[in-house]
Design a binder for this molecule. Structure first.
Ligand code: 2DE
Ligand code: MG
Ligand code: MG
Ligand code: MG
Ligand code: MG
Length: 312
């Protein structure tokens, strides 16, 4: 059943992303060519299975969330000055910054048009709030750039806003579009939140511990961009050299500085950050277990399990 629905989502995404006959079209085709895990659509559809069926809204919601996610990544790569995404050059590399900004705007607007006729004010209030949250998360990250004193609580709030909120939204909007009962919608939302936190911590770990070939995007770029993330914060707690290096963090630091810091973080910060990510995943599982044992719940469990073991 899900295979059919995910294909429908894919068709909608394809139509929208390649609808325009301009440079955006080529950029859209480029984004589509690189694929993606479609995590958000999967969770919209799976979460929607607990309520009463209203398949049309579900498909639109799933596609809209994925398109907004795509828009945010097009902008994110430009902001992060990241040359690759999913193994292919970023939009601003193939074209330029202007095309990247414009592609992101177009995708965001097209996603909003897609859901415009869903007749539920609560849905739209929530939907616009999550987009704002993502923007706030990104602002916070910008404010904290090259800060030597990021606190755990600030880090957690930032990753919640920039990533977990959107994954939580996939689950909650899936539930909302199908009138799922309040208690089940609550557990779906919490499941999504904790999964999202676990997911971004893993993203931050892989930024240090993976390789460009496996990850499909440059590694070590967070700290070069001045983003202090969990692995570094943990390593600084355990190792004085990391602590010392952190006091010397600034934009113009040498390549050797970043290289040393990255190696030390891999040695002293990755393992514990991994267990923090796992703890969030465990919390997600706990909420999942509160839901009726259906085939879809089983699929959600498998997806989460796969995510905890992901390498890209
Ligand atoms: C990914 O973080 C987070 C992306 C959020 C970006 C949000 C922006 C504002 P990462 P990776 C730019 C909202 C824009 C909209 C809605 C169009 O760690 O490692 O940089 O995959 O992700 O690059
Ligand atoms: Mg990035
Ligand atoms: Mg970023
Ligand atoms: Mg990252
Ligand atoms: Mg990512």
């Amino acid at each position: 059943m899900l295979t059919g629905q995910i294909k429908e989502v894919e068709t909608v995404i394809n139509e929208i992303v390649s609808a325009d006959k301009s440079a955006i079209n080529a950029a859209g085709a480029h984004i589509l060519s690189s694929g993606g895990k479609r995590i958000r659509p999967y969770f919209v559809l799976l979460s929607g299975s607990f309520g009463f069926n209203r398949p049309e809204d579900l498909i639109k919601t799933a596609a809209a969330l994925e398109i907004i996610h795509m828009a945010s990544l097009v902008h994110d790569d430009y902001i992060d000055n990241s040359s690759k995404r999913r193994g292919v050059p970023a939009i601003h590399e193939v074209w330029d910054g202007q095309i990247s900004v414009q592609t992101g705007h177009y995708l965001l607007a097209a996603a909003l048009r897609l859901i415009a006729d869903i007749d539920n004010p609560e849905f739209h209030q929530y939907f616009s709030r999550i987009i704002l949250e993502v923007c706030y998360g990104e602002f916070e990250q910008m404010d904290d750039r090259f800060s030597r004193s990021v606190r755990f609580i600030d880090y957690l709030r930032r990753i919640n806003r920039k990533t977990a909120v959107l994954i939580e939204a996939s689950c909650k909007l899936g539930a909302m579009s199908t009138d799922t009962d309040d208690s089940q919608a609550f557990h779906l939302g919490r499941f999504g939140h904790f999964m999202g936190m676990s997911y971004q911590i893993m993203d931050d770990i892989l930024d240090y511990a993976s390789t460009e070939e496996v990850l499909g995007k440059p590694v070590g770029s967070d700290i070069r961009n001045g983003h202090v993330t969990l692995p570094l914060m943990i390593a600084a707690r355990h190792n004085v050299q990391v602590q010392q290096l952190l006091t010397e963090l600034h934009k113009e630091q040498s390549d050797a500085y970043f290289q040393t810091l990255i190696e030390l973080v891999v040695e002293y910060g990755i393992e514990e950050a991994g267990s923090v990510s796992s703890r969030y995943a465990d919390k997600a599982f706990q909420h999942l277990y509160q839901l009726p044992l259906t085939e879809e719940r089983q699929q959600m469990e498998n997806l989460l399990l796969k995510m905890t073991k992901r390498v890209f």
